[in-house]
Design a protein around this ligand. Structure first.
Ligand code: GAP
Length: 463
């Protein structure tokens, strides 16, 4: 079952330590959230699964972790200073501020007044001063997308590796947007993480690579546990494309509030490398770029056959981590009746589960059982599958309920028989079945908590 109520999910996230409103003790900050003990594990596991699929399991992608503070020149030539805006109207009576698309018939949704200002562009980037003097002469932006630093580091990556087009650069990390109307839990926030790949290819191969990446990204989300029927593919109309895009396909997920964007795949053409390049007129740049008087570098490559220099095209799959976490929590959340009581269970794919296994001694105060459980926990932790915890609350029923709600795939009970023959009782989160397993079988049952390698034959690389 997907699309639970927003209230159920928000309550679970708070109760079990996934997601908290930021600065809650001072009344909370709109559009800012903190990930708690379970949330940080889930988020890191999702990011790790992305990194594995996009970097480690490929032979044509390198990683990058660039700075968040970004020079105004970068965001001038990227077009963000001019175009990264929302049109806003002020209500002259109640002083509230609205995005143009929130107004119906020019009426203020807060007080009903028609006394509104003309819509004016409002830039969504956060600006901050750099250095000891805050006089406006030296400033930077908090990056609104991770992508730009990939473009500005294009030559650094190329020169420091043995890559040739086609190849990609992947980056995960924070982005910041001063959203006018943050909301729908962590769907639209002001500080979030993106997982972005900029994949560079020859200009006439862009459409084929675009198709390839759309399919590859759909398949990846299905591997993370999104059901096919909850994912829709939306091709953005030409008049709704970002200034850099030749074509954009959005993957929409059925969130509790309806189908909305989870990830976008854009054909950014030669816009970004072209706009950050010096002496642009030497190249046949297809996208409409601003004349660049500040760049010191040409972001171009040489065709090894024709020896001509050209600016590569770029295909960009860009996903939001918060939206991914939200979608996966929504997919995994289930309520069922068990012996007259409601059981909440988070059936996450095991590689995403915050905790891979909980080791529970049958009796809280029995030193032999507790020591054995501690020892087992440490051994399982050494397997490197992720977090394993010792659960010594003394109430096995309560421990099961807690671990069902945070999505722990297995609970392992250490009892008196364990002390004799090393076998343990293993309870499965989804079926609630219990099995007696020896050490080797136990390790095998844990191995499936790691994401399996993807089958490369499914993704024939365009020639
Ligand atoms: N580099 C391209 C880019 O940034 P975007 O469509 O603006 O494109 C990409 O953002 C993804 O980032 C979205 O699909 C979404 O998952 C996530 N995202 C964008 N704005 C967000 C926000 N305010 N809160 C949470 N996630 C956001």
């Amino acid at each position: 079952m997907a699309s639970n109520s927003m209230e159920d999910l928000v309550a679970l996230c708070k109760r079990r330590g996934f997601i908290f409103q930021s600065d809650e003790i001072y009344g909370g900050q709109k559009g800012l959230y903190s990930f708690g003990p379970m949330g940080v594990e889930l988020k890191n596991n999702l990011k790790q699964a992305w990194w594995k699929a996009m970097v480690w399991q490929r032979d044509d992608v390198e990683g990058l972790d660039a700075s968040l503070l970004t020079s105004p020149n970068v965001l001038k030539y990227s077009g963000h200073e001019d175009t990264f805006t929302d049109p806003l109207s002020d209500c002259k009576d109640c002083k509230s501020r609205w995005r143009e698309d929130q107004l119906t018939d020019g009426i203020c949704p807060n007080c009903g007044s028609k006394n509104l200002t003309e819509a004016r562009p409002f830039n969504l980037m956060f600006k901050t001063s750099i250095g000891p003097v805050d006089d406006g002469s030296s400033y930077a932006y908090l990056r609104p997308e991770t992508a730009q630093q990939i473009f500005t580091n294009f030559k650094n990556v190329l020169d420091s590796t043995n890559r040739a087009v086609p190849f990609g650069v992947a980056q995960m990390g924070k982005s910041f947007r001063n959203e006018i109307t943050p909301g729908k839990f962590i769907f639209r926030v002001r500080e979030f993480e993106q997982m972005e790949l900029e994949f560079f290819c020859k200009p006439d191969t862009d459409e084929e690579w675009f198709k390839y990446w759309v399919q590859s990204r759909i398949d990846w989300w299905l591997e993370q546990g999104i059901k096919k029927e909850n994912l829709e593919v939306f091709e953005a109309p030409q008049d709704d494309l970002s200034h850099y895009s030749k074509a954009t396909t959005d993957l929409l997920y059925k969130f509790p509030h309806g189908f909305e964007e989870l990830e976008g795949i854009a054909n950014r053409q030669d816009f970004d490398l072209g706009s950050h390049t010096k002496n642009q007129s030497e190249f046949n740049i297809k996208a409409k770029v601003m004349e660049n008087k500040d760049s010191t570098t040409k972001l171009a490559v040489q065709d090894l056959d024709t020896k001509e220099w050209y600016i590569p095209f770029c295909i960009e799959p860009s996903a939001g981590v918060e939206r991914g976490v939200f979608a996966l929590l929504n997919e995994a959340y289930n309520e069922e009746e068990v012996e007259g009581k409601t059981r909440v269970v988070l059936s996450l794919k095991p590689h995403l589960s915050p905790i891979k296994a909980a080791v529970i001694p049958l009796k809280r105060n029995n030193e032999d059982l507790v020591n054995h459980a501690k020892d087992l926990k440490n051994k399982l932790q050494m397997l490197g599958m992720g977090r394993v915890i010792l659960e010594n609350s003394g109430n096995i029923g309560k421990s099961y309920r807690r671990h069902d709600e945070v999505g722990t795939p297995i609970c392992i009970t250490v009892d008196f028989e364990t002390l004799e023959n090393q076998t343990v009782t293993v309870r499965d989160r989804d079926t609630m079945e219990q099995k007696r397993l020896g050490p080797e079988e136990l390790i095998n049952s844990l191995l499936y908590t790691s994401p399996s390698p993807r089958d490369k034959s499914q993704y024939p690389i365009p020639a």
